[in-house]
Design a protein around this ligand. Structure first.
Ligand code: KG4
Ligand code: ZN
Length: 348
């Protein structure tokens, strides 16, 4: 089977083809980062227009790379939420039109489920259909989902039954990076920009709070960290801030990463997890990856984080969920498949 995946939930126009064994045949991502850099963030109308211009050329290039024609496809998997409604609509309506025109069934996919299962694509030592399910010996496992719109801690005790342990009460971790970067005069997207600026900085320069870390729950709150950064910047001259930019960025990055790993470790201990997964755009953060590695070593658990290209938005992860659903014949009706900008994961 060959599954075409389509992803347009935010600011990446992406298409990919994977097989029913999760082998990647083609992977194309057209990023809108340069467009959104000017406005320091995504303007939905601008994103939707760019998706409209790019979606067909991206799908065309993807099928050419995969050396496949429409008749070779067994399903089209498309992100139906959560995300920006105008961006989601471009991908979904394109998928529905192609499904109708090509006579290929369509499957609506939850973007967050895509991020979670992005970890299945590159499993070492596993081949073919072994990759399609999570091995029992890894359970229970804790999943930290960290992206521009989401920060969630999930628990998987039994395959297919995700439990929500906690989530952010306000801003997501990626949002904190993006807003923090804007305040520091750094470009969009903020995560890589703060990380780069922080590389030579001292993380103990500013004592930023670790929001909710001491609370006996799995929730996060990053809005307060933003306020702490505003206060820190107010207290110093522009010259002072410029001189200490790398130190402030390093302290801010460490506060976010400490909070994320601290909560993940609490969950690992409470549920005696055997494995930690970190997925989503913020999982590309090198400091987070390093701290998670030492945590895994200390707590004697294994750690699984996708390679950089599969942390940020891509269509391979959407096609991968599509492959699993197609193997279970879980197709959607073209007439009723609709976007849902607030789509929730199905929890137990
Ligand atoms: O998963 P993603 O590509 O899109 C959403 O679903 O939101 O995540 C984008 C987010 C942005 O907030 C971006 O700043 C953050 O991921 N990000 C990073 C890094 N690369 C991307 N955050 C920290 N460090 C990075 N290296
Ligand atoms: Zn995402």
């Amino acid at each position: 089977m060959s599954i075409l995946g389509i992803e347009t939930s935010c600011d990446e126009t992406a298409a990919a083809v994977v097989t029913d064994k999760l082998d990647i045949r083609a992977n194309v991502v057209s990023s809108q980062i340069d467009l959104h850099r000017v406005t320091h963030g995504v303007v939905p109308e601008v994103a939707a227009r760019a998706h409209t211009e790019k979606i067909l050329p991206v799908i065309d290039e993807c099928l050419r790379m995969a050396k496949l024609g429409p008749a070779d496809l067994d399903a089209i998997a498309v992100t139906r939420g959560p995300g920006l409604i105008t961006s989601l609509l471009v991908g979904l309506e394109t998928a529905k039109s192609l499904s109708y025109a090509w006579g290929v069934p369509v499957i609506g996919i939850n973007h967050i489920e895509g991020h979670v299962l992005s970890n299945l694509v590159e499993q070492k030592g596993l081949r073919g259909s072994q990759k399609l399910s999570i091995q029992k010996k890894l359970l229970p496992l804790v999943v930290l989902t960290v992206s521009g719109g989401h920060t969630e801690l999930l628990l998987l005790r039994k395959a297919g039954q995700l439990e929500l342990l906690g989530r952010t009460r306000d801003d997501a971790a990626g949002e904190a990076f993006d807003k923090g970067a804007k305040m520091l005069g750094l470009p969009y997207p903020g995560g890589p920009a703060i990380s780069e600026a922080a590389a030579k900085g001292r993380a103990d320069y500013v004592e930023f709070p670790r929001p909710m870390l001491e609370m006996d729950n799995y929730d996060f709150s990053f809005a307060g960290l933003k306020t702490a950064l505003v206060r820190e910047l107010e207290g110093h001259s522009k010259k002072d801030i410029a001189k200490n930019l790398s130190n402030i960025a390093a302290s801010f990055e460490m506060a976010i990463v400490d909070t994320l790993t601290g909560k993940a470790e609490r969950a690992i201990k409470e549920f005696k997890a055997k494995e930690l997964w970190i997925v989503g755009g913020v999982a590309a953060n090198k400091l987070l990856r390093r701290k998670a590695q030492s945590l895994a070593k200390k707590d004697k658990i294994s750690l699984r984080i996708p390679s950089f290209e599969f942390c940020t938005d891509n269509a391979v992860m959407i096609a991968a969920v599509g492959a699993i659903k197609a193997s279970q014949k879980k197709f959607d009706k073209v007439a009723t498949l609709a976007v849902d900008p607030n789509l929730e994961l199905q929890y137990k």
